[in-house]
Design a protein around this ligand. Structure first.
Ligand code: NDP
Length: 331
């Protein structure tokens, strides 16, 4: 598959260019808003073309699919333009600044017969696949609750717009709550209905929240507790799923790398759960490419991205108002 990159971003350089190539694809063009940066970035990453014109990139007949990883406020217009140009779209999370816009993007792709996916990487992790397998095969009985620990220290090279620019979609809620929403939905196969949340500017954030804690109600009655932060230097991430017959306790699994430990605790004692250590992004790209070829579906599709954003919006609304808040899912 021939890819065009919309956005000369860090995530593309650190993970996605390698993932496209590992899946047998080729990155043929990159868009930056700055022509000299487009030239530098294309040279640094051995990409044939760099351009500052979205029209030029989208009119390139060689490009079959685009990967959008600009700052969040640009995703919507760029995705709509890419879909109009007949390109399949892999879009970064959050899909847009509102779930209404995100739903419009996903509808447009569907109407045009194009594959649209959201780059929620965690559901591709061997660790999360193994956890889901343990839960769905009944190892912990009926699920009672989930706790998600996703407080990290945002590395200085990623701080930029994330910690001070609400207009670009900064803040820990659009950045990390969306991933937690997708991960919880993945494990439980259901969508949160109501949330209660508090957020804070606790050291890094200026004009945007850098920390958030919330509780979500699931239709089945399962209770979910999540913690997201940019300011925690020394803790590990984690996920716990507790059931009537056992608990899954996973550490260091809310991460981009294929690492972590999973322990299953039941009446018979503690057992370590093994998992595959493939690259998360490579799996996402491989499934996307197969979907374009007419086989299967992306690991997280457009509807998944719309729903994760709807949960994040409800969390933001609840944190702002102090009220228990319904999640509103756009069709
Ligand atoms: P970056 O800040 O690295 O890139 C965003 C934009 O900022 C780029 O498109 C680029 O604009 C500009 N930019 C980047 N580096 C420089 C630089 N050195 N000098 C000048 N401009 C620069 O953001 P991220 O890569 O961290 O995030 C991009 C998107 O990807 C976001 O939507 C984010 O939420 C998502 N993301 C997803 C992850 C996942 O695991 N799914 C992980 C990390 C991010 P231009 O293109 O105009 O040059």
């Amino acid at each position: 598959m021939k890819w065009g990159l919309i956005g000369a971003s860090t995530i593309a350089s650190e993970w996605m260019i390698g993932a496209f190539r590992a899946a047998g694809g080729d990155v043929v063009s990159v868009l930056s808003s700055d022509p000299s940066r487009a030239a530098e970035y294309s040279k640094a990453h051995s990409i044939a073309r760099g351009t500052a014109s979205l029209d030029e990139l989208l009119s390139d007949p060689e490009i079959e699919a685009v990967y959008i990883s600009t700052t969040n406020e640009k995703h919507f217009p760029q995705a709509i333009a890419a879909i109009k140009a007949g390109k399949h779209v892999l879009c970064e999370k959050p899909l847009a600044m509102t779930s209404k816009d995100a739903a419009e993007m996903v509808r447009a792709a569907k109407n045009a017969g194009l594959v649209f996916a959201t780059n929620h990487h965690l559901r591709n992790a061997g660790s999360h696949l193994a956890i889901k397998d343990a839960v769905t095969s009944g190892r912990i009985g009926k699920v009672l609750s989930i706790r998600v620990f996703h407080a990290v220290y945002l590395p200085p090279h990623l701080q930029g717009w994330r910690i001070d620019n609400p207009a670009a979609g900064g803040g820990v809620i659009p950045d990390i709550v969306v991933h937690d929403a997708d991960t919880v939905r993945f494990h439980l196969n259901e969508d949160p209905t109501d949330v209660v949340a508090m957020s804070a500017e606790s050291g890094l954030g200026t004009g945007v929240e850098d920390s958030c804690m919330s509780i979500w109600q699931m239709p089945s009655g399962v209770m979910v507790q999540t913690h997201e932060s940019f300011t925690h230097k020394y803790t590990e991430s984690g996920l716990e799923i507790h059931g009537t017959e056992g608990s899954v306790v996973a550490r260091n699994v809310m991460t981009q790398r294929p690492v972590g430990e999973i322990v299953l605790v039941t009446e018979s004692g503690r057992e370590s759960v093994g998992f595959a250590d493939h690259n998360l992004y490579e799996r996402a790209v491989a499934l996307f490419s197969e979907a374009v070829a007419g086989q299967g579906r992306p690991s997280a599709d457009g509807a998944d991205g719309v729903k994760s954003l709807a949960v994040a919006e409800a969390v933001a609304r609840s944190a702002r108002t102090g009220q228990r808040t319904k999640v509103v899912y756009e069709e």
